[in-house]
Design a protein around this ligand. Structure first.
Ligand SMILES: Nc1ncnc2c1ncn2[C@@H]1O[C@H](COP(=O)(O)OP(=O)(O)OP(=O)(O)O)[C@@H](O)[C@H]1O
Length: 324
């Protein structure tokens, strides 16, 4: 378990982490989300004692990181996969970590096997791809067989097979009763991985809730309809006082959970429906709605590439439907 209480970090004028209080519990995967610069990495560094809080406290199973004996056997972390001596082989890198933490050498072979690096174990780390480096960082996190795992953007640089592998690995670690705390910007991946979410913006806590509740509370539900008798259905819905939004793709959308009502109205007027699907917006939309006021760094890519408005809207709609 990781417990934060009023955790605060100030760098000069910049309040990077602002009075964070939450608990990361065992047996579930807790996703840690926030826009760029929200304070995720700073928070994770404070968990590991790499940065000292300006105020507040963070404890690992009741202790500060520097009080832990053989810390790698209590908490394993992937923060910066590049933090490896490039001249060392993967095997030697892990062996050094093992020896300094009282971990038996055969464990190095086990974790290399787990992350799929056995074939390149004696190659120098400086020749590793981004994905191989991530795998080496994950091997280091697993080395001490710790009960608590913390990963900052673990899927960064991994190919689709690697992303599937890290997701499965994290799920099995949580199923074994371990505490898994993971940050990511890839919302579609987070939606498939995390059970619980902690969301921060500009250093402050915005949400600490289950994935299902987060999406329910921060996004809209709607019904998507397709019909070859579009005008008739529009008239019928209009007469019933139901507001309909026309999508670029030819589908219609109605806000709320009204699928049964619409189905009955259509049947009553003998209108053929090709689709009537209740939808819930994706984690991505929920995240963007919640964090929009806390986003510090905005790009203006639409103006730069001259993207047509209609196309942009269709893309947004397509993605939004994924979680439904
Ligand atoms: N050592 C430092 N000195 C000064 N400012 C810092 C330092 N480390 C982080 N910051 C600032 O603190 C804020 C939080 O940064 P942090 O890296 O924790 O955010 P993040 O949520 O991990 O961002 P990202 O998603 O972009 O990785 C940022 O404004 C950053 O510029």
């Amino acid at each position: 378990m990781i417990e934060l209480e009023g955790l605060t970090k100030r760098y000069g004028e910049k309040l990077a982490v602002d009075d964070l209080t939450f608990t990361v519990r065992p047996g579930v995967i807790t996703g840690f989300l926030g826009p760029n610069g929200a304070g995720k990495s700073t928070t994770m560094r404070m968990v590991l004692g790499l940065d000292h809080p300006t105020a507040g406290d963070v404890r690992i199973d009741g202790m500060h990181y520097d009080q832990l004996k053989d810390p790698l056997t209590r908490i394993g972390a992937l923060l910066d996969a590049g933090a490896v001596h490039g001249g060392r082989s993967a095997f030697n890198h892990l062996l050094c970590l093992a020896q300094s933490n009282g971990i038996p050498a055969p464990r190095v072979h086990e974790v290399l096997d787990t992350v799929g690096l056995t074939a390149v174990a004696h190659k120098k780390a400086k020749g590793f791809s981004l994905g191989m480096g991530q795998r080496l960082g994950i091997a280091a996190a697993l080395l001490g067989d710790p009960d608590i795992l913390m990963f900052d953007e673990p899927a960064n640089g991994l190919d689709p097979e690697g992303i599937h592998w890290i997701r499965t690995l994290m799920k099995s670690l949580a199923a074994q009763g371990r505490t898994v705390f993971v940050s990511s910007h890839v919302m579609s991946e987070m939606a498939l991985t995390a059970d619980h979410l902690v969301v921060i913006g500009q250093g402050r806590l915005l949400a600490d809730t289950s994935m299902a509740d987060f999406i329910r509370q921060n996004s809209r539900t709607y019904v998507r309809i397709r019909t070859p008798q579009r005008e008739r259905l529009l008239d019928v819905l209009h007469e019933d006082g139901i507001t309909v939004v026309e999508c670029g793709s030819g589908a219609l959308e109605v806000e709320g959970e009204k699928a049964e009502l619409i189905g009955e109205l259509a049947a009553g007027h003998q209108i053929v429906l090709h689709e009537l699907s209740p939808r819930q917006a994706s984690l991505e939309e929920a995240f963007m709605r919640l964090t929009a006021p806390a986003v510090e760094y905005h790009a203006h890519s639409d103006a730069a590439v001259g993207r047509p408005r209609q196309a942009a809207r269709a893309g947004w709609g397509a993605d939004r439907g994924k979680a439904g």
